[in-house]
Design a protein around this ligand. Structure first.
Ligand code: ADP
Ligand code: ASP
Ligand code: MG
Length: 439
């Protein structure tokens, strides 16, 4: 069975929902993962932000505007009076839940926020499932909150997921189409939670691994992984094939088309991932698997919001165990390190989670002088770049000859070279790399 995920733009209007159903009806049984309609999760975040600040009027205004959009979708999506009524009722329920949370006088907590954020995927899936049912198609909802679960480290609980999705599939074995919610899950305590923004891609990959799918397809608004970020560079082109490792690097280092960790479950289960364009379904897209072109620089991505920390200690080389002590501090504050470079007198690392920055800096000062650079960006150049294949490192570094570079990292794998630069230089760096490598 295949797993197909459609992103927010792909289900962004009644017409788009109708178009999606044309892409999924080929007689083959499949699981379809849907995001919330585009813009919805942003509105839900806005509502939560107002409620944290106790601004009820602000929240209600966003709720009202959002509801109008859904009322119009229901009107356009269904043809029969019966399904128009079912649709209206559904929207009413979700929006009264939002209003009741807004009007609740209790303190607005993370738990309520997660409930608010879940409404987008709950609505889009119910709307599309009902549309298919109205057309007489055997479509069934697979409620993600009944099988998608994370463990105490917020990692997918694969054995739970496998067991519980299998129960659902068995109960609804007759269905042609299974529709399920991306993004949402339950946490270790059974509370509603989510897989972070953009998490529907991750849902699709987790489900693919859980059912040992034949293929995972990520349908979005662009014809595959491009060789550079199309939001900052003109003339980018889709990459036909990528190795799992290459795609994982690109996703982790900022290629927004994929959730940062969504390649991992597919890679572990060796299930090919295909990136396809809902607006241009016959375009070839990108195939991610164990195959890729050898000795080729494939693509460039950029990850924003990076902070660089340098710890300078005159005695570093003499003091074995120094690195361990440094890493332990980051581990203690559950802060992942993205990049690392060393010299005789010190070490530089970069992080993207600055929640515990002050505590980390305080602890690091025990080991030497600490300096911090904020507003940095990691530029990641990805491809199969074995070190014996002479020249490509020079080509990549050469492309950035006019950019001031704070850190360079190469050799951690055969698949990337990363640079840490100032945020203000990001666009120039991405364009310089496209110019010198791809054009
Ligand atoms: P969806 O809502 O379908 O999940 P996203 O907006 O999350 O879609 O991801 C698709 C977008 O990712 C594209 O419209 C594009 O602007 C952006 N993007 C960033 N980098 C890349 C890249 N290297 N290749 C393709 N798209 C990219
Ligand atoms: N709706 C969620 C978001 O906007 C998840 C997703 O679209 O993948 O982040
Ligand atoms: Mg996305």
């Amino acid at each position: 069975m295949k797993v197909l995920k459609f992103g927010g733009t792909s289900v962004g209007s009644a017409q788009r929902m109708k178009d999606v159903t044309k892409l999924i009806l080929d007689g083959e049984q499949k699981i379809v993962v849907l995001s919330a309609m585009s813009g919805t999760t942003n509105s839900l975040v806005e509502i939560s932000d107002y409620l944290y600040k106790k601004n009820i009027d602000g929240a209600l205004e966003v709720i009202n505007t959002l509801e109008k959009k859904y009322v119009a979708v229901v009107k356009e999506l269904y043809t029969t009076a019966n399904y128009k009524e079912i649709g209206s009722q559904l929207i009413k329920e979700h929006f009264s839940l939002l209003r009741s949370l807004a009007n609740d006088t209790k303190i607005f907590t993370l738990f309520e926020e997660k409930t608010v954020l879940a409404q987008g995927e709950l609505m889009s899936t119910a709307l599309v499932n009902n549309y298919l049912c109205e057309a007489g198609i055997k479509s069934e909802l697979l409620p993600a909150l009944e099988f998608m679960k994370t463990d105490k480290n917020a990692e997918p609980d694969m054995s739970y997921i496998k067991e519980h999705i299998a129960i659902q599939l068995k109960e609804k074995a007759e269905a042609e189409i299974y529709i399920t919610q991306g993004f949402i899950c339950r946490n270790h305590y059974g509370e509603i939670d989510n897989l972070q923004r953009g998490g529907s891609d991750y849902t699709a990959s987790i489900i693919g691994a859980a059912i040992n799918a034949e293929e995972i397809q990520i349908w979005t608004d662009i014809d595959g992984m491009h060789n550079n970020d199309p939001r900052f560079v003109e003339d980018t082109r889709p990459v036909a094939t990528l190795h799992f490792e290459e795609a994982a690097e690109l996703a982790y280092f900022g290629a927004k088309i994929l959730h940062p960790t969504c390649i991992l479950p597919a890679k572990q289960a060796n299930i090919p991932v295909r990136l396809l364009n809902t607006m241009d379904p016959t375009a070839r897209g990108t195939l991610i698997s164990t195959e890729s072109e050898h000795n080729k620089i494939e693509a460039v991505a950029a990850k924003d919001g990076i902070t660089a920390i340098k710890i300078k200690s005159g005695r570093m080389l003499l003091a074995y165990g120094f690195m361990r002590k440094v890493f332990e501090i980051f581990e203690h504050y559950q802060t992942a390190i993205d990049m690392i470079t060393t010299s005789e007198v010190g070490v530089s690392v970069s992080i993207d989670n600055t929640k515990h920055l002050d505590e980390i800096l305080n602890d690091l000062r025990k080991f030497g002088t600490v300096t911090v650079d904020k507003d940095m960006v990691i530029i990641c150049v990805v491809g199969e770049m074995h070190y014996e294949n002479i020249g490509f490192q020079a080509k990549v570094v050469g492309a950035l000859k006019d950019i001031s570079i704070r850190m360079i990292s190469y050799g951690g794998s055969n698949y990337n070279i990363s640079f840490l630069i100032k945020a203000e230089d990001k666009k120039r760096a991405l364009n310089a790399l496209s110019e010198k490598i791809f054009r």
